[in-house]
Design a binder for this molecule. Structure first.
Ligand SMILES: [Zn+2]
Length: 333
């Protein structure tokens, strides 16, 4: 049990170990609204309790509002997402040396899926925002199922690679989602999960917890949740600023659901200490805030220059991706 931490009971049991004894890490969201964020005493999983919203209703409403007008992203947003897509591609490039069947969960505006499709891979997407999905289908010719991941339908063992970038933390039952994605992986396939790192201190302390993020992970809790659902870690990466975890997971065969040993000794204390000690004073003694401000300024100038005569999202991405088109194409089999 975490030292000096009062123990409370939660309304949502721990998604990893089933525990209900928690301590409170924060009572405010990054927007300053009330949001109780708790940590499981037994395993260190972090979540919002009570849930700030029903995830399905929340996103359906948000997407309904965003779909009032046909979605058409500004060139600078396409370019920004294109750069993110390139960095994601760089992380998983060793998995794509020959033509692969890839599923991208949470396709968004389609920039990452379009890159892989243009390189010759067979790509499917899932995206709940109809405006984003329609745009990606029309602009880039992608194959995207519109809906939430838990509603998507694929035959078992369909994909060599499944990617889920910054989606898992928004879901109400991340363990179930990992199990579902495992079922769509071929036996030798790889699931790539990227989530924000709850140990991150690159952001202001008041920006750590977000209404939209129902769960918060560190490497240990994500690895353990994956293991519980039949996936083992082969590798993980931490972004240079410490803000994101990218974990590579393979199927354990046969499926062995280790439901009863999900506690993680010391993880609650470890995360609680990092969150408690994270302060603006400490943060401003590191180069991170200044580096971030400088990077934002440089990016803004660069975007203005690169989007000056943008004709379409596709034209922008074709220019941005052209070096990859030349060097990483696997043909169209
Ligand atoms: Zn737990």
């Amino acid at each position: 049990m975490a030292a000096n931490q009062p123990v409370n009971v939660c309304s949502v049991p721990c998604n990893l170990c089933g525990g209900t004894q928690v301590s409170t890490l924060s009572n405010k969201s990054r927007s300053g609204k009330p949001l109780r964020t708790v940590i499981c005493q037994a395993c260190g999983l972090v979540w919002s309790d009570p849930r700030p919203h029903d995830a399905r209703q929340f996103y359906e409403e948000e997407y309904r509002l965003s779909y009032k007008h046909t979605y058409s992203p500004k060139p600078k947003h396409v370019l920004r997402a294109g750069h993110v897509a390139l960095s994601r591609f760089e992380k998983i490039e060793p998995l794509l040396s020959s033509r692969k069947a890839v599923l991208d969960v949470g396709t968004g505006g389609g920039e990452f899926a379009y890159l892989l499709q243009s390189l010759g891979h067979g790509v499917s997407g899932i995206e709940p925002n109809r405006g984003y999905a329609d745009y990606s289908i029309q602009e880039y010719g992608l194959t995207v199922q519109v809906g939430f991941v838990q509603d998507a339908v694929f035959p078992p063992e369909s994909f060599d690679v499944v990617t889920i970038w910054h989606v898992l933390e928004h879901t109400e039952d991340p363990g179930f989602i990992l199990a579902l994605l495992r079922s769509w992986l071929k036996p030798n396939g790889t699931l790539v999960v990227e989530v924000p790192n709850v140990e991150a201190t690159c952001q202001a302390p008041s920006s750590t917890f977000h209404e939209a993020h129902l769960y918060n992970f560190n490497v240990v809790s994500l690895r353990r949740l994956a293991k519980k659902h039949g996936l083992f870690e082969t590798k993980h990466l931490i972004s240079r600023d410490g803000g994101n975890i990218t974990m590579f997971l393979s199927r354990m065969e046969p499926l062995f659901q280790d439901r009863y040993a999900a506690t993680i000794s010391g993880n609650c204390e470890w995360i609680s200490r990092i969150v408690r000690q994270h302060s603006n004073v400490r943060r401003h003694l590191t180069p991170m805030p200044y580096l971030r401000a400088w990077q934002r300024l440089c990016r803004s100038f660069k975007e203005r220059r690169e989007t000056a005569d943008a004709k379409s999202g596709k034209a922008l991405l074709d220019t941005l991706y052209s070096p990859q088109f030349r060097s990483h194409s696997v043909g169209r089999g």
